[in-house]
Design a protein. Structure first.
Lengths: 202, 125
């Protein structure tokens, strides 16, 4: 037994079929961004570390790879999560939010300010951070009204665990257009996307 | 010799066998500049045994069963309870058969060795 380090954390298996699984989740994400602020089910989940929502794990497996630096909220950054993402995605984990192409957050910790993340620059606005935010559900909170491209007239969405102040920040993010961050709210196996073009109505 | 390995642990896949290409790089004479020699097929997989030990394998070629067995042996070698058995019944015989194979090749090559020599020309001084 010389020279063999024992594994400290047992890694969870990812998708049963990585190619088909990622494509299937990616399709759901495309649809979510095409119809902002509308709930959509992620059709397929996998075993995942306990602190991650099932859909959050599936979205990470579909979107992250060695070219997408990830920033993880300290409250989610357990050894299990780190090993899971490192094994299946191979994504670099960064300590500065601004250096990240994707960020994985949980609303329990109180959300960071949106301007701590990279909102892209004017030549390459697409290089901004995409935020994956775990929330507490989509049911009982006061609904917020959204409008913008992909939304006929108006749509309402209730996101539990998001403070009112957050929507003020989202307005500021909207003013940066074409720069700005995009985000996905995640709970259970459901997601709702807010691209930077979506506006919050008062 | 020794008995084949019995009681293989049950396992689940962390990464099913998948075949890909890796670039083999080389140096002329072991000291020249690096260059790309060519690509070779490699099959890799990772599994986790029932007692939470991960076994990794990268094997040349496209044989996924080969990769699966190599990963399983890797996991068993990491298990203190099975290490000695696997080492004795799998690793040692493989090392020995490789040694014999190389020795046979070397012997065959040695038999065809040509000695060049020059007869001393009878130049009287």
């Amino acid at each position: 037994m010389d020279g063999y380090p024992a594994a400290t954390v047992a890694v969870m298996p990812g998708f049963d079929d990585p190619v088909a699984g990622s494509q299937c989740v990616f399709r759901a994400l495309l649809a979510a961004f095409a119809h902002p602020a509308t709930l959509r089910e992620v059709p397929l989940c996998c075993d995942h570390p306990a602190v991650l929502e099932p859909a959050a794990a599936a979205v990470c497996l579909a979107l992250l790879d060695y070219e997408t630096p990830l920033w993880i909220d300290p409250c989610l950054e357990t050894a299990g999560v780190r090993e899971f993402l490192r094994f299946h995605c191979g994504c670099p984990l960064v300590t500065m939010p601004r250096a990240a192409r994707f960020a994985l957050l949980d609303c329990a910790a109180g959300l960071r300010l949106l301007d701590e993340f990279d909102c892209g620059d004017i030549e390459y606005p697409e290089r901004s951070t995409t935020l994956l935010i775990q929330c507490r559900g989509f049911a009982t909170a006061t609904a917020t009204t959204f409008s913008g491209p992909g939304i006929r007239d108006r749509v309402q969405l209730a996101v539990n665990g998001i403070e009112f102040g957050f929507w003020q920040q989202w307005r500021k993010n909207r003013q940066l257009f074409p720069r700005g961050v995009d985000l996905i709210f995640i709970h259970g196996n459901r997601i709702a996307a807010l691209p930077r073009t979506t506006q919050v109505e008062t | 010799m020794c008995a084949p390995i019995r009681n293989r642990p049950s396992y689940l896949w962390l990464r099913r066998p998948e075949t890909g290409l890796v670039m083999v790089r080389a140096r002329a004479g072991g000291s020249g500049a690096q260059f790309n020699l060519g690509e070779m097929a490699v099959t890799r997989c990772v599994l986790r045994t029932a007692n939470d030990i991960a076994g990794y394998a990268y094997v040349p070629g496209r044989n996924s069963r080969h990769a699966e067995l190599a990963a399983l042996m890797d996991a068993m070698l990491l298990d203190p309870a099975r290490h000695d058995e696997v080492y004795r019944c799998v690793v040692r015989p493989l090392v020995e058969s490789r040694r014999q194979r190389l020795a046979a090749t070397a012997a065959k090559a040695a038999a065809t060795k040509v000695e060049f020599f020059t007869l001393v020309r009878g130049e009287n001084d």
